[in-house]
Design a binder for this molecule. Sequence first.
Ligand code: HEC
Length: 415
Amino acid sequence: MNGPSDDGMAQSARPTTSRRGIMRRVLTFGGLAIVALTILAACGPEVEKPYTTTSPASPTAESIQSLYKLVFWLALVVFVGVQFAIVYTALRFRRTRFARRRPAQIHGNTRLEITWTVIPAVVLLIILIPTITTLYDFDAAAQNGDLEVDVYGKQWWWEVNYGEDERGEDLDVWTANEIVVPVGKNVVFNLQSNNVIHSFWVPRLSGKLDVMPGHVNRLSITADEPGVYYGECAEFCGAQHAWMRFKIVAVPENEFYTWINTMRAGNVGTTNPDAELPEGVTRAPEIFSVCLACHQVNGLESSAAIQGIEAPRTNGPDLTNLACRETIAAGMLINNPENMALWLHDPGAVKPENYMATVIEEGTLDEQQIQELNEYLFSLQPEGGCVIGESPDVPSGASSVGSPVASPAATPADD
Ligand code: HEC
């Protein structure tokens, strides 16, 4: 039992540490630590976590989550194994008062070297194979969408243009920051930028993908369940990067097409103070023609702002049916008349360095103009009320510009 010793002094007084005793201690402490960690991890209030990555709501997010779990459990096994080995070695081979000789040196032990090279290689291989398959699956899904949506990362908001649906029909609708999609359909987002690099990320629906100038990145998202999924820019893109939020609202297909049609119908109006107003035509405040240098309202006479990738950096969000949006300024302000007044009063004070502030400064608009604009902006909603979001109590008289598109569910397919 006794270890090597140069002298025979006090050999019998040496405490004997049995291998089994050490094991028991290591296992007890290790076990207690794991139980404590599990209890701690389960603590905490049930809070809503809109940006969580651990509650996937699409096949894409689901497969990312599976990879994450695989890496997590493998890492846990490695962690526990290494910790166990460290503690065991420290206790089993610790230097005692009675040790007189150096322990056996094991440098260059071929068997050990091979073992600890092979184990990590196998672990990495176990992670690598499903990772590569997942990447190819994502790529395949992004080739064949049921709906094409162009997304332009702007400073600091998202411009969105709906393209072809599964029947090849060009939906031709523009909006900003609040993206409505049909549930269960593979929506392919064509991500691009005309300024700096952004990153499009809806944690519950997909991984991050860069949004960059000069190259279109395709991202496929299929929302499994109706709901609201929050997203944000995930690549630092300037002063207001933190306020470049957006959301994806997944709704049943019929509701999606109803929404599309209200956007195509737009808000018919004119900025001409002398024009006659036929039924269903709204008069926009005259000052709104200044706003139309950067903004667009579908159906408003003299709307001329350029949208998309060709647009100058200074252009702004499409304001069609603006009253139905939950927030303005890319998630920064709740969309209500008080906040709108704040925004119109001095957009640069609310969101410093945003491009609207290059034209609209404090004092550009007087109180009367702000009030007129506020009333007009909250009248921008569909005739029958908002399809998505709550309708504010402001009557509107919209009539159609774009012809309605039928939902594929309503028109039986030929084949
Ligand atoms: C120089 C171009 C420009 C002009 C002129 C301009 N805006 Fe804007 N506007 C913007 C930009 C850019 C944003 C987006 C800011 C952001 O979220 O970072 C914006 C945002 C808005 C928003 C919030 C929309 C949303 O969904 O987030 C409203 C409302 C708005 N502008 C109204 C107006 C009105 C009314 C006028 C005229 C008095 C006006 N703007 C003039 C560029 C402009």
